[in-house]
Ligand binder design. Structure first.
Ligand code: GAL
Length: 490
């Protein structure tokens, strides 16, 4: 950390709880590779990436960053970064290759994750495990349309979750059922740019209906999440004593014109469509927000009384992924049938020409630490449960080779300094209860439909090299120092 930053942050010394977890988050598809090795089945992302034209650089996650073969090396590197936790996801098709409740378990898959979990624990790193980070088995998609069929899908997901609790729950005490159910539905079923590639846009997708399917799939995610939590709480939690919850995406929204009440309302509505869509049913009311019902009517599914009861309170914490902030302006025309944002426009500058932040190498992402602090407050005030920050990070322009200047990643360092300071201030000055921070991400990886082009890692990966060689960037050291300063010693 440079002396100016140290001076600026000195009042944040020891403001985070002594049991605060910090580390990195990853997802199986993005890092493991070994896509068809040791009995792993095909996921919708394997199929998507092998379909020409779907991924920006034409790449596949076949090898990703080969983390499947690098458990010891990666855990050692993580340890050198000073982490106390590691959030990773399990590949459903490595564990149950065909996915269904009566389909066989693949012992080789179990063995791989046992090895990873044991290696982490041996190095003093606590595993945070996500059951679903977007990679549903292709076989379930083919059998009954995946999450479009809630009744067929739910028992399959719950059985998969049960296998994981049973086999790993003696050592895994932090479970996350779904990663960002909202991005899964919006990118996969509304925009159609992610697997399973469905939308109303016939130029892009052969099938789908952007005006209904995202809400149906979102509903399936919430209900199946709640049934998996019920299973954990009834059968495993009493003995295993772990926690379980769901991780939601959400960026902050500020009014484009703070003096226009319609923009102020629009910003609030945007937050409800993006975040409260999932968070209200789980953490507040057991139902969708009124603003969504008003715009969407019957296109938004209804919870049965039993579902509502199960969903409400089904997360022991608020799992929060957030990256940026937008300016939001109300639209004067009635909502489009395919609108999912609350009839608003999202802009890079406000009515006074102020920018939402410096641009990264990813079109939607700009550095906006002030909005992050406001969002932490918004979530805390509305839901009042402890917040686990499970993802946050950035790309930076021009990271094409592991040169000295690329590894001294100033843009990313500034991003992390700003956001981590916001966490400290939210805790110290606003009284928000925050328990973890997982940066996105440990190494550069396969960034879904952007392929290998968007580098989010604090470790540079030479994708050209056969062994996907890793080179630490300076941001890894800065994050370590920030938490050394801010976490209260035990
Ligand atoms: C999140 C997602 C991650 C990663 C990140 C950066 O939405 O959970 O897998 O892709 O965005 O784009």
């Amino acid at each position: 950390m440079n002396p100016q930053t140290a001076e600026k942050l000195k009042d944040l010394k020891g403001v985070l709880r002594s049991d605060f977890y910090h580390g990195y988050a990853t997802a199986a598809t993005q890092v493991e590779g070994a896509w068809n090795v040791d009995g792993k089945g095909e996921s919708i992302w394997d199929k998507f990436a092998h379909t020409p034209g779907k991924v920006k650089d034409g790449s596949t996650p076949d090898d990703a960053v080969l983390s499947y073969y690098k458990t010891k090396e990666d855990v050692a590197l993580m340890r050198s970064y000073g982490v106390t936790g590691y959030r990773f996801s399990l590949s459903w098709t490595r564990i149950v290759p065909l996915g269904g409740k009566d389909d066989p378990v693949n012992e080789k898959g179990i063995e791989y994750y046992n090895g990873l979990i044991d290696e982490l624990l041996a190095n003093g790193i606590t595993p945070f495990v996500t059951l679903f980070h977007w990679d549903i088995p292709q076989a379930l998609e083919d059998r009954y349309g995946g999450m479009l069929d809630k009744d067929a899908y739910t028992p399959d997901f719950v059985r998969y979750a049960g296998v994981c609790f049973e086999r790993f729950g003696d050592r895994v005490k932090h479970w996350i059922t779904y990663n960002e159910p909202g991005v899964y539905t919006l990118a996969g079923y509304a925009a159609g740019v992610h697997a399973p590639a469905r939308s109303s846009n016939r130029k892009l997708n052969e099938e789908g209906d952007s005006s209904t399917e995202p809400f149906i799939v979102g509903h399936t995610e919430l209900v199946s999440h709640a049934y998996a939590v019920k299973l954990y709480r009834e059968k495993y939690q009493p003995e295993q004593k772990g926690t379980i919850g769901i991780t939601l995406h959400g960026n902050f929204s500020l009014p484009w014109d703070a003096n226009d009440s319609l923009d102020v309302e629009a910003a609030q509505r945007a937050l409800e469509f993006e975040i409260a869509w999932y968070a209200d049913p789980v953490h507040k009311t057991g139902d969708y927000p009124a603003s969504m019902r008003a715009q969407l009517g019957d296109r938004l599914p209804t919870f049965t009384p039993e579902e509502s009861k199960l969903v409400l309170g089904s997360s022991d914490f608020y799992g929060m992924n957030s990256y940026t902030t937008f300016f939001v302006r109300h639209l004067k025309t009635p909502p489009h049938i395919d609108d999912h944002s609350g009839n608003v426009e999202k802009l890079d500058t406000n009515s006074e020409g102020v920018s939402r932040g410096p641009a990264s190498d990813t079109y939607w992402l700009r550095t906006a630490p002030g909005g992050f602090r406001l969002l932490l407050n918004w979530i805390w005030k509305r839901y009042g449960v402890p917040i686990y920050i499970t993802e946050n990070g950035t790309t930076a322009k021009g990271e094409t080779e592991p040169s000295e200047s690329v590894l001294d990643d100033k843009f990313r360092i500034e991003f992390f300094e700003g956001y981590i300071e916001s966490i400290g201030r939210a805790v110290k000055e606003d009284g928000v209860d925050i328990r973890s921070y997982f940066a996105w991400t440990f190494t550069d990886n396969w960034e879904w439909a952007a392929g290998y082009s968007d580098r989010f890692g604090v470790t540079f990966v030479d994708f050209e090299s056969k062994e996907k060689k890793r080179y630490p960037k300076k941001s890894a050291t800065v994050i370590k120092e920030l938490f050394q300063l801010m976490i209260k010693p035990k």
